[in-house]
Design a protein around this ligand. Structure first.
Ligand SMILES: [Zn+2]
Length: 315
């Protein structure tokens, strides 16, 4: 049973970061060492309980008609349940517990982008939102600084960011079914609108807008500016434009996020930051979403990558 395997992995990894639980404590232990030992013991159970709760709430993968489509279309993508198990257990080994970790995301405004976020909220608690349309980190340096100030003392911060893309049951990329809506429509709407704007420019005939100067649609104006460098790349993708689009957006978002993290890393705490970037793949309401991880770094408070955790997600 897949879930049991994941759980035992989590137990093993959670145990691995709390050796004090299995060694006798001497009366001469410092108060901080005692506090840490009791803390990790309790936290192990808290994380296990929270992951188990997600299992209860998640649709069964066995009945999804999607699996072949998604794995063929987005090689390297993991279903959210697998991703969440792996991320939580990998980070547990690095000292990221449910109580000492602040979750921060930069994901699209779309309610479909909340699925992944909500799962991680169930594990780590409330989320600091850095993102906006298409998933760009519109909160910027100031938002990041405010977020970092909320990381628990001696704690950790998990940042999850990236664009999202729908895939319909028929396998069409860029569209997805939604609850209560008959029309199978665009996902991500912001990204596709920006792509269409860009297509108008690269194909000729478009009227250049200056929406970025309008506060009534500030974020979309920025998305359209930030997608401009990818005009040729998307043109060259031809019929695969909708599949290429999230990867192009990811590259822009990743560049911004790396800059923002480096600029604000000094505000981090003991365990630094875990930075998970990738593409959310939204599926129909009754099936699991997927995530294609493209970066999973452990970053210290000097802004240096001290470990590349990405290979561990494909183990
Ligand atoms: Zn969106």
């Amino acid at each position: 049973m897949k879930f049991l395997g994941a759980l035992s992995l989590l137990v093993a990894s959670a145990s691995a970061f709390s050796p004090a639980a299995f060694t006798p404590r001497s009366s001469s232990s410092s108060s901080s060492a005692l506090k840490q030992a009791a803390f990790t013991d309790a936290e192990k159970q808290v994380i296990l309980d929270k992951v188990a709760k997600i299992f209860e709430d998640t649709p069964s993968q066995e009945f999804t008609p999607y699996v072949g489509n998604i794995e063929a279309t987005f090689p390297g993508a993991l279903d959210n349940l697998s991703l969440e198990n792996k991320v939580v257990s990998i980070l547990a080994e690095k000292g990221f517990t449910a109580d000492n970790t602040l979750l921060a995301t930069s994901l699209c405004c779309d309610e479909l982008a909340r699925r992944l976020e909500d799962d991680f909220v169930k594990i780590y608690g409330n989320n600091f939102n850095l993102g906006g349309l298409s998933g760009f980190p519109f909160a910027g340096n100031t938002g990041f600084g405010a977020m970092a100030a909320h990381i628990p003392d001696d704690g950790s911060c998990l940042i999850i960011y990236g664009p999202h893309v729908g895939i319909s049951k028929s396998g069409e990329v860029g569209k997805v079914e939604r609850v209560g809506i008959e029309l199978v429509d665009n996902c991500c709407g912001s990204a596709i609108a920006a792509s269409n704007y860009l297509k108008g420019i690269t194909d000729g005939g478009a009227v250049i807008k200056t929406a970025i100067q309008q506060f009534t649609d500030f974020q979309q104006g920025a998305v359209q500016e930030l997608i401009l460098p990818h005009g040729k790349r998307l043109s060259d993708a031809g019929d695969d434009r909708m599949k290429e689009l999230p990867y192009a957006l990811y590259d822009s978002q990743d560049m911004l996020m790396q800059d923002i993290v480096k600029g604000g890393a000094a505000g981090g705490k003991k365990n630094g930051f875990a930075v998970l970037g990738g593409i959310q793949i939204n599926t129909a309401p009754d099936t699991l979403d997927y995530f294609h991880p493209l970066r999973f770094d452990l970053v210290n408070t000097d802004g240096e990558v001290i470990e590349d955790l990405l290979p561990k997600l494909s183990e």
